[in-house]
Write a protein that binds this ligand. Sequence first.
Ligand code: IVH
Length: 680
Amino acid sequence: MAEKISEEIKKKIEKLVKELNYHCYRYYVLDSPVISDDEYDKSYRHLKELEDKYDYILPDSPTQRVGAPAIEKFEKVKHTELMLSLDNAFSHDEVREFDKRIKKMLGTEDEIEYTVEPKYDGLAIELTYKNGLLFRASTRGDGYEGEDVTQNIKTIKSVPLKIENGKIPGEIDIRGEVYMELDEFEKLNKQRGKKGEPLFANPRNAAAGSVRQLDPAVTAARRLYLACYGIGVVRGINFKSQSELIKWFEDARFPIPAVIKVARGIDKVIEAIKELEEKRGDFSFETDGAVIKVNDFGLQQKLGVKTREPRWATAYKFQAHQGTTKIKEIHGSVGRTGVITPFAVFEPVRIGGVTVSRSTLHNWDEIERKDIKIGDTVVVERAGDVIPHVIKVIKEKRTGREKKFPIPGRCPACGSKVIREEGEVAVRCVSLHCPAQVQEKIAHFASRGGMDIEGLGEKNIELLYSRGLIKHFEDIYKLKKEEMLELPRFAEKSAQNLSEAIEKSKHATLAKFLFAIGILHVGEYAAKLLAKNFRRLEDLYKVTPERITQIKQMGEKIAASLFMFFNDQKNIELLDSMIKLGMKITNPDFKADKKGEMPLEGMTFVITGTLPKSRKEVEDFVEANGGHASSAVSASTSYLIVGEEPGSKLDKAKTLGVKTISYNELLKMIEKRPKNLRLF
Ligand code: IVH
């Protein structure tokens, strides 16, 4: 129970909130604190103690920025006034065109007064204040409707929880950009890299990813900033111009753009954008352009909006950042799907405020085309995104000691032989052992179309992998329930269920197994064809490309892939070890006898309406008997199997003259069946 509160304590709490908010503003908005961090922390703790003791918490108390629980999903928020985007100008000439259009529309020769601000590369946000208190924060979304991110935005210390000074409007929608500073962005990516988490491509994605977090604690841990540049609905104040609005923002302690220039006439505007472009590298944040706005709100009103963009504003885009550096090394990196991508390691170079030390080279054709060698001096460009690209080699700087980087013969992650198919740019590792791919391969193996191991989805695979419990494919079958129980996501029931699902998956058909192990080009249909033609898994071990191409519908690509796969001793060892661990593979699909003995050989079936068995079961049945099950009726359909309440496929079959049969007639077609066939 809270203690009864005296007027004196109330005053004390109110004073502490006011003081702490002021210091927060000095620190995060003005970047000029007047007390030490320790002093701030001491006052904060004092306030927190009093609040807890007396249960007297002001809505703008700094303690209210943190501690909100995680949510399941964001609520939708309709913006009272549409949140607009901006038209672009890519040259000074286009900026002059913009000015001409405005003069023409306003029917004047007089010089127009504009404001010029940096364009922040972040996430647009609307802050709604009611009677001076922050009521809600929402993302821009599609302009009409965004998401409620109030709890997350509250954790950003430069966002005022209360409008402190100046005239306070009854209601106001303030718009601005939430962004991440470049050094924070680099730090965050470094940390993520160490933890093996995916990196953010640019500060914009990092800011957006941090705001769109279901758990506000995650947002709070990222250092985000705000720059306010506009308003939507406002009641109680009549702003006359952009510069007046920005002045009010400043008085009311809102963070504003780092630079705002008022420029009369387009020549002055161009001077201002040139200046911004020169300064661009000095800013602590990413900016890819300058926003030019007609200053006078009355004129803005007259000019209006064309669909989603105001006629009174445009964004001038800066040139992409470039720099020159030297390539120290080239390596290949293996992606989760086995594709090997070359990348260059540079001598670190600062380009537009970001240290660049590596870049993807995309593929070997690109290396060839641009004639990139180790030791080359290259021009590197960072276009908005932080991921840089090698634009060209400066050939004049060559010394003759530069070295070509050949296509690697072996996978850099596992040492297996790599393949490059004819006409393809991608070089791939197809080994089942490759640590770079093992998680992806296991996910495919366990997926519904594969061995259907319920409970072994991507998240659990990631967890089991990170704890070293599955390093290789076959480790799935070595997993023990006790080991699962030690993991955070598992309880008795879930561990039991997963153990059972794994056990169940040990009984598989050859077709399913061949599909599940993920041999390049072997999809469900090809796996079934193989199962029809090879009795046992071991029969494939010595397969030749010629033998595969003898099978109708199997081409050279798949033949080469199968040959490569079964020719790799490590793969064979793995398959054997899976069998030793208890895998039992049966092959009901095998067509034991000569061609033509399969009763549905060469026929294509389509199903419509409800049959006595599930559609999947009937399709499997058709295929097990040599037929092909398809989902759409065409001229090549042999039979349409018609169940209850047939759909439009029946009309189509009639139009095309396709024969129709009932489910019982289908069963009759298979009366004369060879030994190996599977019936329900
Ligand atoms: S004005 C006029 N001013 O750029 C309506 N927008 O490409 C547009 N942006 O959605 C807002 N810095 O997220 C304005 N100084 C600035 C800006 C800015 C960044 C963003 C904003 C907008 C996007 C349009």
